[in-house]
Design a protein around this ligand. Structure first.
Ligand code: SF4
Length: 63
């Protein structure tokens, strides 16, 4: 299984944790955003860790 899509649902509190864990994929602007054009498969473990660590559980991904 490889991650093919990553997105963030409404409710992000801009805590910055996902960017701390995986700055290759997550970028904090007003809210967290997912950087386009990244090969998400290269960062699967960190994407999953960010999703599990997000305090409001708004990080989603498709494997
Ligand atoms: S960890 Fe969750 S709440 Fe925090 S910035 Fe990322 S998406 Fe937003």
């Amino acid at each position: 299984m490889t991650i093919s899509k990553v997105w963030i649902e409404e409710g992000c509190t801009a805590c910055g944790l996902c960017e701390d864990i995986c700055p290759e994929v997550f970028k904090l602007k007003d809210d967290a955003t997912v950087i386009e054009g990244v090969k998400y498969a290269d960062y699967e473990e960190k994407i999953k860790e960010a999703a599990e660590s997000c305090p409001v559980e708004v990080i989603r991904y498709i494997e």
